[in-house]
Each structure stands twice: as C-alpha cells, then as structure tokens.
Design a protein around this ligand. Structure first.
Ligand code: SF4
Ligand code: SF4
Length: 151
C-alpha cells in the first residue's frame, strides 16, 4: 500500500484523483491512448475503406475519434500539487488548503465550507470524497478508488 505522502501526490487537496484525470501526464488515460494510437497505426486509410466495404457508417467517425485520441496522448498536467489545474479555473481549494495548513479538506475545521469555488455537481463529489477519507482514512480510500475511473 502507498504511504500518505505518495497518495497526496496522486490526489488533489479536494480529494479528486489527478492520476485518473484525462489531463494527467503520467495517467492511465494518456498511457492507454498512446498504446491504442500505436496499435491503430495508419487506421485512417482503412477506416475510409471499411465504411464502404463493410457498409458500416460508424467508420466515417474515425477522424474525430483519432483527433480525440491524439489529444489524450499529448496531455501533460503534473497534477494539482505540482501544476496549475487545466480543468477547474474557479477552484479555490488548492490555495485555501495551503492557507489552512491541511493536506485535504476533511482535515480542515471549516469543512464543508462554501469557499471551494465548485459548481453543485463537483461540490457533492467533494463532500462525499472527503467524508469517505475522513471515515476510512486516506490510505484505505485510495486503495478503494485507485483502479476505478474517476468519471
Ligand atoms: S490538476 Fe486538474 S487538470 Fe491536472 S491532473 Fe489534476 S484534475 Fe486534472
Ligand atoms: S476552507 Fe473549505 S476549501 Fe478551504 S481548506 Fe477548508 S474545507 Fe477546504
């Protein structure tokens, strides 16, 4: 099991798992996208042919899929603890957790506060993640979610 410090490098102070974010440079989405891209090789030529040969219009959508895959293959965020978040411009948690000298929001005496800057959807996730870390411990929480999609 990873120790607290190693886990804090993977999770933001809000508790969201940066290592499973599509934008994380060392994340599984990027790694798997590169692998899939390599395996598909020059598939765009075949996609065109298959749309006619197999009469499967879905192959016409390959260029868009390929563009998304190329994007996932080149993202390079180093995670909330080491980089600027590319997703949540309005997030206050990173600075606020430093000001309150906590690693995670559940350790803050003001949790759950209204200073996070999240929308309603993310606020619900933030509360439930932090309650879970508080109840079970950060190490157990990470063990539970480390192989699951964050989406
Ligand atoms: S800091 Fe933001 S963009 Fe970067 S990996 Fe974490 S959630 Fe994703
Ligand atoms: S005030 Fe709110 S956002 Fe800031 S560290 Fe405490 S719980 Fe997190």
């Amino acid at each position: 099991m990873m120790n607290f410090f190693e886990i804090s490098e993977k999770l933001g102070p809000c508790g969201l798992n940066c290592s499973k974010c599509f934008a994380f440079a060392d994340g599984s989405i990027k790694k798997l996208s590169i692998e899939l891209k390599d395996n598909l090789g020059n598939f765009e030529i075949y996609a065109q042919r298959f749309s006619e040969l197999l009469n499967k219009p879905v192959f016409k959508k390959y260029p868009d899929f390929n563009e998304m895959l190329a994007y996932f293959s080149t993202v390079e965020c180093k995670g909330c603890r080491n980089d600027e978040c590319k997703l949540f411009a309005a997030c206050n948690v990173k600075q606020c957790s430093k000001d309150h000298a906590v690693d995670f929001c559940f350790q803050c005496k003001e949790f759950p506060c209204n200073q996070h800057g999240f929308d309603e959807h993310l606020e619900k996730r933030w509360i439930s993640i932090n309650n879970r870390m508080k109840e079970n411990g950060v190490e157990n929480y990470y063990d539970e979610i480390k192989d699951k999609s964050r989406y």
